[in-house]
Design a protein around this ligand. Structure first.
Ligand code: 3PY
Ligand code: MG
Length: 253
């Protein structure tokens, strides 16, 4: 496992920028990494990637100099293990609603003594060809990045307790699911949705945790940078769709 540059930047107080890709295509990963994004997230929650496809995706991200992250489909130890073993440096766990669920996510990502991740010679441990496993687990526990997604009314209600869980690195706002959970599906600018997101932002500030957020536009990202977010994410397919659409809009006669 190479050094986690994204985590190093966050530890240094810097802001990091990443992009989700639902399409498990190494070329997309390569382009994003070469464009200078800090991390590229293979989206296994909303996309179809298998653990095997994730491995190829992660290689391309690393070749381009970025950190390979993954969004797992659920908070299950066995699911998370297979994607971590494929070489994820950072893991997004969706739908984390309580401190117990946040701790469960951390324990799936970390080896003993913090967690209970299964140990083997895998891609993540350089197939057992690098440092001794005893050294590897210490380094992996230090380098892996845990991102818990706050995207329900329950998560907002429990946000202080979630923020206090050891080894959570980033609390990530999922505005779309949050708006849905509040009965305001898709109305991201509704005052109640904004108030809930501001509550999460306030808790991150109180607990000294990095705030992350999915931003569908650069305008939204700038707004949230001003509110203190330090882990900014958008979506590759959304960027591509808008670019394809606006090209035609501009040139078609
Ligand atoms: C959401 O908005 O629900 C997300 O999960 C964004 O990634
Ligand atoms: Mg979501």
């Amino acid at each position: 496992m190479i050094e986690n540059r994204t985590k190093a930047k966050l530890r240094a107080g810097e802001t990091v920028y990443g992009v989700f890709a639902k399409t498990p295509e190494p070329t997309i990963a390569e382009i994003a990494a070469m464009c200078g994004w800090d991390f590229v997230i293979c989206d296994c929650e909303h996309g179809p990637a298998s653990p095997r496809e994730f491995e190829g995706f992660a290689r391309a991200v690393e070749l381009g100099g970025a950190s390979p992250h993954v969004r797992v489909p659920d908070n299950d130890k066995a699911t998370i293990l297979r994607l971590m073993d494929g070489g994820a440096h950072g893991v997004h766990v969706p739908w984390v609603n309580t401190a117990a669920e946040a701790d469960r996510a951390v324990r799936a990502v970390k080896y003993h003594p913090r967690g209970e991740r299964g140990l083997a010679g895998t891609r993540a441990s350089d197939h057992g060809l690098g440092e001794p496993l005893g050294d590897y687990i210490v380094r992996s526990n230090d380098q892996t990045l845990v991102v818990v997604q706050a995207e329900t009314a329950d998560a907002v209600a429990n946000i202080d307790a979630i923020c206090m869980v050891d080894d959570v690195d980033v609390v990530f706002l999922g505005p779309t699911d949050l708006s849905h959970s509040l009965g305001l599906a898709g109305h991201l600018d509704h005052p109640d949705v904004v108030a809930a997101m501001d509550e999460v932002a306030g808790a991150c500030q109180r607990h000294g945790l990095a705030l992350g957020i999915f931003c569908g536009s650069a305008e939204m990202a700038v707004q949230w940078l001003d509110k203190g977010a330090r882990y900014i994410v958008t979506g590759a397919e959304g960027l591509m769709a808008r670019a394809m659409h606006s090209f035609l809009e501009e040139v078609r006669r």
